[in-house]
Design a protein around this ligand. Sequence first.
Ligand SMILES: Nc1ncnc2c1ncn2[C@@H]1O[C@H](COP(=O)(O)OP(=O)(O)OP(=O)(O)O)[C@@H](O)[C@H]1O
Length: 257
Amino acid sequence: MTRLAVENLRVEVPGRATILDDVSFDIAPGEIVGLVGESGSGKSMTSLAVMGILPRGVVQTAGRILVDGTDVTSVARRSVAHRFAMIFQNPRDSLNPLMRVGDQVARMVSLHQGKERRAARAAAVDLLEQVRIVEPAQAARKYPHQLSGGMCQRVMIAMALACRPQLLLADEPTTALDVTVQAQILDLVVALTEEIQCSVLLVTHDLGVVAETCDRVNVLNQGRLVETGETHDVLSNPTHEYTRYLLDSARELEVGP
Ligand SMILES: Nc1ncnc2c1ncn2[C@@H]1O[C@H](COP(=O)(O)OP(=O)(O)OP(=O)(O)O)[C@@H](O)[C@H]1O
């Protein structure tokens, strides 16, 4: 199982802006770790830096990203990238609208497991079943627009599982979904983490999601980590004023104006 350590990560738009400054955290094997902060705090850039897929013009200028002790910023990313998979906020946008979802999962299976077409299709149906899609063979024949948002996210998770990841980077995976569907997808992520023994970095602005899901949490404010600890400790006894501000904002949202 994989241990991830991010050490003193600095990400910049050179000469123009510092996006992440001195960010350090780790994820132990099998752990679900949250990364929270307001919009623009640098959550997505952190996960993109870990994946080695920062946008053009955005550069990691300092720090190390260690996967089982090896600094992946200094070796070919390809040698470790296969251990990571990502899921995003808008699952339907991430799927090819013109391709049946079963074929999309099968393509990932062929790519990552080297299976030939027929075996990859059978494996794709098994993966759809693993993400608790009822009647997976029927679902496999559907196009993304024929499925709900929650179903599309299950398909995305099946595609992630096809990579047999040891670390799943989940960037706001439930933000676009209804509250009840959100809870189902979070339960699924927690269950799969145990089943396939992977670790998860869960990027979210939602402290409720963190409370439900994460073992530990890191709080990011304007590109700097301001607080880190066990989820229960951070949420029940925040030490940094920004964490208190996030908690107060979340409570206000719950109660309403
Ligand atoms: N392609 C880019 N080039 C330059 N700066 C960028 C780029 N994308 C994002 N940024 C900047 O990087 C900072 C961090 O953005 P990031 O997307 O990581 O925030 P976030 O916490 O994930 O926010 P959100 O929840 O809104 O996605 C922001 O100031 C943003 O404007």
